[in-house]
Design a protein around this ligand. Sequence first.
Ligand code: 5AD
Ligand code: FES
Length: 366
Amino acid sequence: MKTTKNILKQADFSKEDLLYLLGLKGDERLLLLQKSAEVKKLTVGKKVYFRGLIEYSNKCKKDCYYCGVRASNSQPRRYEIAEEEVLSAAKFAYENKFASLVIQSGERSDEAFVSKIEHLLREIKTLSNNDLGITLSCGEQSTKTYERWKEAGAHRYLLRIETSNRELYSKLHPRNSLHDYNKRIKALKRLRETGYQVGTGVMIGLPFQTLEHLADDLLFFKELDIDMAGMGPFIEHQETPLFQYKDRLLSLKERFELSLNMVALLRLVMPDINIAATTALQAIDEQGREKALKVGANIIMPNLTPIKYREDYLLYKDKPCIDEEAEECQNCLVARIHMAGDEIGYGEWGDSLHYKQRQKQLIIKP
Ligand code: 5AD
Ligand code: FES
């Protein structure tokens, strides 16, 4: 019979292995978390990289059943951050040696939005002498738009698949062409073809989600050969349709532990990618992000969104840090990272090693 220790010695994991490891509890689970911590040290090392997060706009044309800023929710006041405020957040990131920014937004694809993002990218590049790296997280767009934004200075893109299971995906989204699973997969592929470093991710503990779905998600990431990942627990939001299933969910503690297992396992399955310690983890556990850093994550996204907008960007309930200025947020994170035994890669882009490796192979193999 296979033991946890033996499975953890393997270089590759079958779906059965992943299922087994995902379900571990107690001391056996600690073996997994210790192993992933070791692998992290040996591959990406102790450095944690900052990506200053700007939640640019909560205007969204989509209606995902889990999301607090979905188009049908009339509660949030809809905003776009003023240009000067975006640029001053970018300046803060630059001056504090964050090295990279993430611009996240509700999904829109009208020309006004596309050209605004393009303009902001150019302005940020200019104010930072081309030094700030920029990740975009602005949803599904045409290849042309992806190219324009790349040309303007973005070099990484995050587009979560949310779940790699087609059937579950259709339970989380309206069944129409705006929320089509195939289109999302195609968008991920087009991003790669356009030359971005590509990140994706899933929510953990969704209604109707099984451990088997999560094991498949890990295999999906590997198959897609992603460079970066961001995964976090699903947290029900009262103003969304999925709230009706709140009594069927795993407890918050279980969702949190399962999320850490996913981070740990992804570090084992794809040892050299960048993995974010996501904010949703901290919505459940005060030390959620540090715990994720310990078991494999190496990226943290301090929130640089001006405070007056934050309460309107509540994708889920109990979102932390909604009233801390960028500076406080940074100080708090520095302390947290040191507590987790890591150090901060100030002034370094911290691109995924996986991506660098792939680039090298492209050069060798014409
Ligand atoms: N709980 C947890 N994460 C959520 N997201 C959206 N809604 C929720 C929720 N209720 C995540 C999605 C999305 C990212 C920006 O936020 O994975 O891709
Ligand atoms: Fe905005 Fe899903 S609700 S992208």
